[in-house]
Ligand binder design. Sequence first.
Ligand code: PLP
Length: 388
Amino acid sequence: NITPAKRLQTLPEQFFAALVAKANARAATGRDVINLGQGNPDLPTPDSIVSRLKDAASNPKYHKYPPFRGFLFLKEAVALRYKEDYGVELDPEKEIAVLFGGKSGLIEISQCLLNPGDVCLVPDPGYPDYWSGVALAGAEMAFMPLKESNGFLPDYEAISENELDRAKLMFLNYPNNPTSAVANASFYSQTVDFAKKNGIVVASDFAYGAIGFDGNRPISFLETPGAKEVGIEFYTLSKTYNMAGWRVGFALGNPEIIEMINLIQDHMYCSLFGGIQEAAAEALTGSQQSVHDLVAIYESRRNALYGALAEIGWNAPKPAGSFFCWLPVPAGHTSMSFADLLLEQADVVVAPGSGFGTNGEGYVRLGLLTTEDRLREVAARIGRLGLF
Ligand code: PLP
């Protein structure tokens, strides 16, 4: 009889692992299931990146342990991308840490900064991995409601004094998963002031940074004057280059925090396989045409899906960024009962909003992660249920 440590006992089942299991069980019965539930890009990594890995894999220099904190050429590559895309200068040695996808950093930042009794401000609805990191650190969460009426931005005025006194860390995520909202420069400068005044570190999760629609390019938190004094940004190749399986991400910004993340990682890993680092550098420094093409694909898919949803009477504002659609559930349903109904009666997998927090109740999240035809098929199947 082996008892897990207390920190594990506070850890819930991983939300997407449970969702994927449900979808797979349905598909195993032979049904034609369309899975828009998990945020897993359906398109392949561009050829130029894959072929770089193939060549690099035979280079003996990569067969040894890589440098503890990653190859300098990779950090220079991400610094170049931030300079070109956002006008942000980063010192590759001191202001960049190489991660195993953004996900490892999301957990590590809580280990770096939170003690039991400390509070972490988390968006609600929000990406569930933030909670896991806080739980593993034995700290507490204070949820910041993201309301549609406020553009799905948190209201810093609404946070209680007690929570503010104990808050050490705050997660933000724009373009937002799950609401698809995008933040503007004035919100970020308000954030820097708020963080300075209250001694809170900002962790900006920029996983969907490349994906903005209707000609609007999302801005990076690090573009904000003073941002590097108060925080870091998580950046990942998973969505931008269809590299979710490669596990390449970065923490960027405040050098003291970057040092803490690197220190933890020195004890846990020895960085990514060098061949992957070389291919990742190719992604960041090569032609960015594939990124423009990808955004155009998601935008066409969005337009196809919303056109078809309007025809069945399911209306909502179109996403501004990310590849998620945040749609209200029909009257008489919870987000979970509606998601279950769609799985059982339409063979469509969506993520119930309640999985992202209390304020996610009343919504479901659909990913734009299949072809336009299949997205129209989703709308047709749902339309046949006659719920709208
Ligand atoms: N942050 C958000 C908001 C996400 O949706 C995801 C993945 O779905 C991640 C971070 C983690 O991405 P990765 O670990 O692949 O970089």
